[in-house]
Design a protein around this ligand. Structure first.
Ligand code: SAM
Length: 273
């Protein structure tokens, strides 16, 4: 299948299933929806890695968020005074982001755009983020090189991808798969998640039964794709404890699962001149 056909499938999937839509108890685009989403985002990431985004460190700077989804990152940068631009492949995501900002009387430059071919000149931004996005696009390497192209030399950023965890390596996968099948059968909106067969299935089905593309990356993969950048640090986080133990899991358990079984690799970097 050609890359353009794959991209059309990605666009179709995320248009019908914007982030949060599989589990929200509230109407998409309502204030309740955005408050609920911010709350679960804090629960899943807040205690562990929100500092990786640097929301409060780019006031008056030109910041780009690639694949803005329902606008959680854009909202956080906007309310901290950044000159924030958000792009997403789907108009559904851009409309949701606009709604989120208008509820809080905030502004941003928001555009439908493909991360593999960004509509910005070289060296346009001071800082960029892309959280859980570029592993869903057919040509991830092209999208990473586009992100770096539009960042100014010396500009910095944070990109997160699904992490190729050692538990996904062939020798350990049968055990990992058994645990997933036993423990995760009732994940909301992800009914096939309990029957994953391969590591690729795991990261694809995590975002929904019909999600066409999900890929996982190691530290070495990140270094290779970002060879023209200085890697500041990698951190591994994000374990969906909610789906295993509900929302009242003891903090110590959540910390251990986040540290040991993180599903995402967060990469902070600086573009070399
Ligand atoms: C899991 S959501 C993440 C949303 C947001 N970054 C967040 O963390 O809340 C993935 C988003 O990536 C977008 N996306 C996937 N492929 C893309 C591409 N090639 N260009 C731009 N956005 C893309 C989807 O439309 C979807 O909104």
């Amino acid at each position: 299948m050609r890359s353009s056909e794959n991209l059309a499938q990605v666009e179709e999937y995320w248009s019908s299933n914007p982030l949060g839509s599989l589990e929200t108890p509230f109407p998409e685009g309502s204030k309740d929806f955005f408050e609920w989403h911010a709350r679960i985002r804090d629960y899943d990431e807040g205690d562990f890695c929100q500092s990786m985004y640097e929301f409060d460190q780019h006031s008056d700077k030109k910041v780009l968020d690639i694949g803005c989804g329902n606008g959680w990152l854009v909202w956080n940068f906007a309310r901290n005074g950044a000159k924030i631009t958000g792009v997403d492949l789907t108009s559904t995501a851009i409309e949701l982001t606009k709604k989120r900002l208008s509820i809080y009387d905030l502004n941003a430059d928001l555009r439908v755009a493909n991360a593999e071919s960004l509509p910005f000149a070289d060296n346009s931004f001071d800082y960029l983020t892309s959280a859980g996005v570029l592993h869903h696009t057919p040509d991830t390497e092209k999208a990473v090189s586009e992100a770096i192209r539009v960042l100014r030399p010396g500009g910095r950023g944070m990109i997160s991808f699904y992490y190729l965890h050692p538990l996904m390596l062939p020798v350990l996968w049968p055990v990992t798969r058994l645990f997933i099948q036993l423990l995760f059968k009732a994940v909301p909106g992800r009914s096939q998640f309990g029957s994953v067969k391969t590591p690729d299935d795991l990261v694809r089905l995590y975002d929904g039964n019909n999600n066409p593309i999900g890929k996982a990356y190691s530290r070495a993969d990140m270094r290779r794709m970002m060879s023209n950048c200085r890697i500041e640090k990698f951190e591994i986080h994000y374990f969906p404890t909610r789906f295993l133990l509900g929302e009242n899991a003891p903090k110590v358990v959540r910390v251990i699962l986040d540290r040991m079984l993180g599903l995402m690799i967060y990469t902070k970097f600086e573009k070399m001149s």
